[in-house]
Design a protein around this ligand. Sequence first.
Ligand SMILES: Cc1ncc(COP(=O)(O)O)c(C=O)c1O
Length: 395
Amino acid sequence: MLDQLQALPADPILGLAAAARADTRAEKVDLTVGIYMNEQGICPVFDAVRDAQAALAADETTKAYLPAAGVADFNTGMQELLLGADHVALQDKRVSSVSAPGGCGALRIGAEIIHAAAPGATVWVSDPTWPVHLPLLGSVGLQFSSYRYYDPSSHGVNFDAMVEDLKQAGAGDVVLLHGCCHNPCGADLTLEQWGVVADMAAAQGFLPFIDIAYQGMGDGLDADAAGLRLLAERLPEMIVAGSCSKNMGLYRERTGVTLFICRDRDNAQALVSQALVAARRIYSMPPAHGALIAGRILADAQLGEAWRTELLQMCERINGLRSTLRQKLESACDRDFAFIEKEKGMFSFLGLSAEQAVRLREEYAVYMLNSSRINVAGVNAGNIDYLAESVAAVL
Ligand SMILES: Cc1ncc(COP(=O)(O)O)c(C=O)c1O
């Protein structure tokens, strides 16, 4: 039976990352995968995470199952982190959440809930979006439409086109929005534009589904969540999928949360019961280790402060790299790269053709996706000049 199955091609991003790892050229620059890298090219462990983990190891007396909704401090901490501790939806007690295996697990649980409520729902996704959204949500049975979002010629959001497309989304439809630091393009909505989306959702009745995997890596923890907070103030219902992979560096611990913002407390509790049954079908219970670490950080003033400071330094480094990269590219290439400085988070499209991206890889050992999406955090003082010269050479 099993021998009928053929090997499948590698995931394009992970396949490219593997090719980059195998490349032994000394000048290699790997800007493929979406993990944060420091100046030394290492994806570091946060000190606050190390401390919380040590305290957890010292205190832990059992590995027995946790309640199926996950770690209580983590759930409460994530609700407050995403919405802000004094958010009106929290005061009205119309928010609930379940822990999930990473942002992907959180998205999947959100999709399961949507499918339970409206099996034929169409999910509107931005063009482009993170490619994993499609199998992750589509395998639940949801349909997709796309709305225009990134305009390669202006290197920014084509908001008029987005609004025009979303005029077709009605009650029973879902609009998937990147909460901040859009992956792959780095171009985010302004707060005013979030307000327009909120008005459209209120008038047309579509459900916003917010994927926020990079809170704190664009303009700071609060600023990055301002759009989703605005929606949660104005709308009766929405779903948020949060992740601690990037902003706490808990990539392999699989630490995420699905938040339900509902009409009232009873509905919020009903959705938790639905989510638990959905989780039971797939993986039964969420992993605890990362949620216990994140829960400690969020519940402890000192650890929380230490984590916020480290995250801010990370965010400032990314924004600093964006400015320097813009300058280096502009002096090497005689082209306008101002958009790199305006965009948020780890990703930007450099605006190169697929042929140019392939040449960079083959001739210069500079790895980026064929779409010319780069991970800005993979740039450092040791490779930035070479990167700019290589880009200039293929342009
Ligand atoms: C847009 C987006 N959403 C969600 C995720 C979820 O990540 P994880 O499951 O590792 O928390 C990622 C990770 O790369 C992402 O880029």
